[in-house]
Design a protein around this ligand. Structure first.
Ligand code: NAI
Length: 255
């Protein structure tokens, strides 16, 4: 039986992925702030270390899969918190579990990014370089200096996709595949918080995919289950947009 760790397993996309992976025969070890096999706060270095240690304990040091979903949207209390959870809460968990994954059977890692990462300019903000350098304190200072939580959100999602692609190249020799799903708007509590927020509600309502609707967590989970399966054995280092065509709408001439 494949053993897979899923962060953000208590809600939305992470809950749907956990459910579908279980149906596909995986043993899922869930990590979240509450209602999970491992309760941990991924916004702090200590919380992340504790989550890695508890995961290694639960899987006996041999892990076949990792899916990092835990994340905060633009309505989070601060830009720095978004950077800490969305970038370091994924990069440090995957790096901390690397050796266990290398022991696993056909191991695969999946990070949940966002179509927001392709918004023009988000790749150039100074916080991106700080994140990729592993400088959490510096990235948090830069993020709070912009004063725009949506910029921290988009930049953290760009940086985590770059981190995944770098690791895909480095870890390929160990047989570990690493991919990213970039969802568009998906009906979860995170999206509802944006819709209900006076700062982001109108823009969120207007940002509709070419298919004319938002996605469901199950539509993301189906692609996630595929990417984590042997059916996707040659898929490595890619960013799969599951967004109803939003990426094509934002930048039709680039891919
Ligand atoms: P959600 O709010 O339903 O689920 C997020 C989960 O992450 C929650 O269970 C929450 O407790 C957990 N989490 C947050 N901070 C944490 C922390 N410090 N430590 C441990 N766990 C923590 O949101 P949703 O929509 O399911 O989001 C999942 C991922 O999908 C996120 O990374 C989000 O950025 C991404 N995403 C969501 C989109 C959407 O429209 N819903 C669009 C694009 C990406």
């Amino acid at each position: 039986m494949s053993v897979t760790v899923v962060t953000g397993s208590a809600s939305g996309i992470g809950a749907a992925i956990s459910e579908q992976l279980k149906r596909a025969g995986h043993r899922v070890i869930g990590i979240d702030r509450q209602q999970a096999d491992i309760v941990a706060d991924l916004s702090t270095a200590e919380g992340r270390k504790a989550a890695v240690a508890a995961s290694l304990d639960a899987c006996g040091g041999v892990l076949d899969g990792l899916v990092c979903c835990a994340g905060l949207g633009s309505t989070a209390p601060s830009s720095s918190l978004i950077v800490s959870v969305n970038y370091f809460g994924m990069s440090e968990i995957m790096d901390g579990l690397r050796d266990a994954l290398a022991q696993g059977s056909r191991p695969a890692v999946l990070l949940i990014g966002s179509v927001a990462s392709v918004q023009p300019g988000m790749d150039k903000l100074p916080m991106v370089a700080a994140m990729l350098a592993g400088d959490e304190a510096g990235a948090c200072v830069q993020a709070d200096a912009t004063g725009m939580t949506h910029a921290a959100y988009a930049s953290s999602k760009f940086a985590i996709a770059v981190h995944a692609r770098r690791r895909a190249v480095e870890w390929g020799a160990r047989g570990i595949r690493v991919n990213v799903i970039a969802p568009g708007a998906v009906e979860t509590p995170l999206l509802k918080a944006s819709l209900d927020d006076p700062r982001f509600g109108e823009a969120t309502r207007k940002f509709v995919s070419p298919l004319g609707r938002n996605g469901s967590p199950e539509e993301i989970a189906r692609v996630a289950t595929f990417l984590q399966s042997e059916q996707a054995s040659f898929v490595n280092g890619t960013v799969v947009f599951v967004d109803g065509g939003m990426d094509a709408m934002i930048r039709p001439d680039r891919y």
